[in-house]
Design a protein around this ligand. Structure first.
Ligand SMILES: O=C(O)[C@@H](CO)OP(=O)(O)O
Length: 249
């Protein structure tokens, strides 16, 4: 079947907390200098591949927003319409937000650490609303009411992301637009699970590198004609995904 829609997934560049090896989740940290450089390169890859976005969707977090702005500026597509939604946010990491990954691994052991980090349905403990890294009183989430998470597992992310996929991104694809989706390691893992029909077991082994565009060509049933997608720089993506898998060690 020929492709009817093109989707470009872009995980934000390295953030300051990625660099410090801290669980981040909904904490709104900026890109590091290295992260800004990564997404400039991501913009060059988009420009040089000729897959030019017509519309961009981002989370409400500055590392994704800045990533989209920088990459689109480099690709000379800074003028396209933008939509933002909390449903594209990183997974809420609960009480682990702000904690060091290595110290967490050392304290709780490999099995518990990986259960929290990569199992499909085991969320970390809930964050206390008075915790310095809670988003409970953040005005950008004021309208969420009972949907405001205090922790999430990947299954929770799939459940809150898919309504936005269906209501906002699919219509853009069906209208023939090339869509750039600038988001996060775990919200993109949730979408890749859906697109490629990855099992709950296998998704734990999938890691998405920062700043490297991942292109999906979708048929009329929105199934990828290139299963697994195509990284615009496959060699760099393989090396970087392996290093994401090693975080905490
Ligand atoms: O800390 C986080 O929010 C995420 C992404 O950086 O980390 P992990 O890859 O461990 O799920």
């Amino acid at each position: 079947m020929t492709a009817v829609g093109t989707l470009v997934l872009l995980r934000h560049g390295e953030s300051t907390w990625n660099a410090e090896n801290l669980f981040t989740g909904w904490v709104d940290v900026p890109l590091s200098a290295k992260g800004r450089e990564e997404v400039r390169r991501g913009g060059e890859l988009i420009r040089d591949s000729g897959v030019l976005p017509d519309v961009v969707h981002t989370s409400l977090l500055r590392r994704a927003i800045d990533t989209a702005n920088i990459a689109l500026d480099v690709a000379d597509r800074h003028w396209i319409p933008v939509r933002r939604d909390w449903r594209l946010n990183e997974r809420h990491y609960g009480a682990l937000q702000g904690k060091n990954k290595k110290q967490t691994l050392d304290r709780y052991g490999e099995e518990q650490f990986m259960l929290w980090r990569r199992s499909y349905d085991t969320p970390p403990p809930e964050i206390d609303p008075s915790d310095e890294y809670s988003q409970e009183d953040d005005p950008r989430y004021a309208g969420l009411g009972s949907e405001m998470p205090r922790t999430e597992c990947l299954a929770d992310v799939v459940a809150r992301l898919l309504p936005y996929w269906e209501s906002s991104i699919v219509p853009d694809l069906r209208a023939g637009r090339t869509v750039l989706l600038a988001a996060h390691g775990n919200s993109l893992r949730a979408l890749v699970k859906h697109l490629d029909g990855v099992s709950e077991e296998d998704i734990s082994g999938l890691n998405i590198p920062t700043g490297i565009p991942l292109r999906y060509d979708l048929d009329s049933a929105l199934s990828p004609t290139n299963p697994g997608g195509t990284y615009l720089d496959p060699e760099a993506a393989a090396t970087a995904a392996a290093s994401v898998a090693q975080q905490g060690r």
